[in-house]
Write a protein that binds this ligand. Sequence first.
Ligand code: ZN
Length: 267
Amino acid sequence: MNEVTVLPHWTLAQAINGLVRHGVPAISVWRERLHELGVAEAARRIAGSGLKVSGICFTGMISSPDVAEAAQAMDDTRRAIEEAATLKSQCLIFLAGAVDARDKDLKATRARVLERLAALIPDLRAAKVKLALEPLHPTACATRSVLSTVKLANDWCDALAAEDVFGVAIDVYTTWWDPEIESEIARAGKRICAFHVSDWLADTQDLRLDRGMMGDGVIDIPALRRAVEAAGYTGLIEVEIFSARNWWKRDADEVVQVVKQRFQSAV
Ligand code: ZN
């Protein structure tokens, strides 16, 4: 369970207890909640709970054309790497950051992100953390990510040539539309270090905060799961639902129960 699915309702401490109570085996931790509780205390509670950590969300946003801003984002990314190591997370979710109105140069923005990723290799190796490059839907290009396709994530992994510390996160919500999705999942192969599920509602009203419960939308989730597993992925499957209009308004225990049912019937 990605903590964001129950983010408005539960603190991290409550989420740990709630997921254990419902028999959910793993959590993906949202950094704001992590900082509220404290990293050391969170690590202690998670270890005591028996929950696995499928990911930490999120870090990156290192695309700025401004040198000081970029340095700040790199510092924060290095802090997140330490947090992922402390929590023994399967991976750390990386979002590239947006194209900037100050230069409007998408090509240069992508080149900057790639260069800065290369600079993180020693930190990732020292901490033994895998950075999961997560492509976002192209509509996020001006707000959160110039990494828009799984193909580009694969190209970046090829260029970085550091398979021990870079992987690819496949989120069905951000990639299902892509005509090359199946071949690029196959190409990603062992690079896949996270698999996120939710659904795209036919009447979606917000491109970030109106994700659907699995089975309520138009994504063939089982087909993408088969593709990811055929590529060699055997890790956790994470339910990640931002839903200001529906699920964030419901009782958290009810949300977890529905997630468990749909995980069986629609994933
Ligand atoms: Zn995701």
